[in-house]
Design a protein around this ligand. Sequence first.
Ligand code: G6P
Ligand code: ZN
Length: 582
Amino acid sequence: MATFTVKKQQTKPFDGQKPGTSGLRKKVKVFQQEHYLANFVQSTFKALPAEKIRGSTIVVSGDGRYYSEDAIQIIIKIAAANGVGQVWVGQDGLLSTPAVSCIIRDRVGSKGEKAYGAFILTASHNAGGPDEDFGIKYNTENGGPALESLTDKIFENTKNIKEYLIAEGIPHVDIHNTGRSTFSGPSGEFAVEVFDSTEEYVNLMKKIFDFEAISRLLARPDFTFCFDALHGVAGVYAKRIFVTELGAAESSLVNCVPKEDFGGGHPDPNLTYAKQLVKTMGLGSPVPEEIPEFGAAADGDADRNMILGKKFFVTPSDSVAIIAANAVGSIPYFRHGLKGVARSMPTSAALDVVAKGLGLRQFEVPTGWKFFGNLMDAGMCSICGEESFGTGSDHIREKDGIWAVLAWLSILAYRNRDVAADGKLVTVEDIVTLHWKTYGRHYYTRYDYENVDAGAAKNLMDHLVKHHSDLDGLNKIIKDTRPEVAEVALGDEFEYTDPVDGSVSSHQGVRFLFKDGSRLVFRLSGTGSVGATIRLYIEQYQSDRSKTGADAAGTLAPLVQVALVISKMEEFTGRSSPTVIT
Ligand code: G6P
Ligand code: ZN
């Protein structure tokens, strides 16, 4: 057994190690600076109670992006030096973000031990490679992202750090073969265990869903399926679940080999970046002759998802509402009913209408999955979702791309349970249009202005807030721009008081609520790594069941124009059009 000693390495603070909505994300080149990652990891250990760290088990893995392997080796050495007893690593360093959450909650080691926390190495949907992004975030004992109280402490520590602890004598650990390596250090044995990345997660999915029913759906000759992992870590899970467990054809998986640069693409499952899938599903041009009935994609770390039908896009806001409306009959995990539902503020109110219809408790939280965690831990929420292509439930404390796909397949399987193979298949589009006829439709779109000058973005937001104190003036501008648009009834900055711990989060987005129920929301992204990203969310409710089938872009055009005028978007940013529309 190799022995190691603990060295105190002198270091100096780096600026800007404040973790954002989902951890610290920077260019790989920034992370490659000597001591940069080590400073952050040491600052995290220092922010955690020492007695909890001593002898603990910590998970380290991620989406396999460039620099992951180097980072894993560094973290192993710092963990060992800080008294961690064992590091668990998914094979090849791969674990999806939802799988990490599942491992923390469900995996039991050979001595009955459980993980205390995890370092997840991912920058989610941001591009990867030597010139792109790397990221690290810490998840706690409940399997969810660290709360602000902890990330604030970590950030404080990064500002004062003078030294970190690192093990000397631990060789490069093989993370490609499963097995256990042990080392002997000053405070006893330290181990690194490399394990199968899929097993616990697959077992959890089997407990939640009716795999037999989904297999029967996938076996129908008239049901064709396509999943695109965008070269992220979802591919590993897709192969095991869709092909091995559920019997889908291998050819239904696209871009399912994880690559450290995601094949040069942007691993973000939306209409702009999941180009290949969008084309396959008949939403691009040319339209292929044969189009699958169901298409889905996930992001780099497999927590986001996009759901498509044949020539049909399901907005994430509709997706969570439809899953909530159908969960009880279709998904065994929910057979006893839902405890409640939740959405992030900019997500459309489609979920609210379902909650009202089903008599469920409903919560509106700021953007960021961590806000759902408290509600779930308190047993107040079963299903939640965000407009940013995140959907999930209280089975773990992260959003879950593969779960969302299985949820949709379950709904399809249930709706088609009595349809003979030669009968007419109930499609994704059928399910969505029927939902609109039942609950009304929230026309919805999001405009992103990426990599805008940070000062300009701030000025635009300040300008918007000024409108709040002069709604008469604002309504006059609106009337002059598009007289058919309703008046603004309320303008504010969203503020949230957590019903569980009473903590208050302010300045969570600038809102304009219109008299007819329409909404405009402006926010600055918390996940970008260069400049600022302005997000503009546009929503209009149509309760007249005969008008739910119109074109979304056309329906929303007047409201969009109003948004651009009242924000002076072009004047502030110099942009005449958004970089991404979803
Ligand atoms: C991450 C979080 C989500 C959040 C999203 C917002 O994906 O996990 O919970 O909705 O970031 O990103 P933004 O760039 O809009 O701050
Ligand atoms: Zn992600």
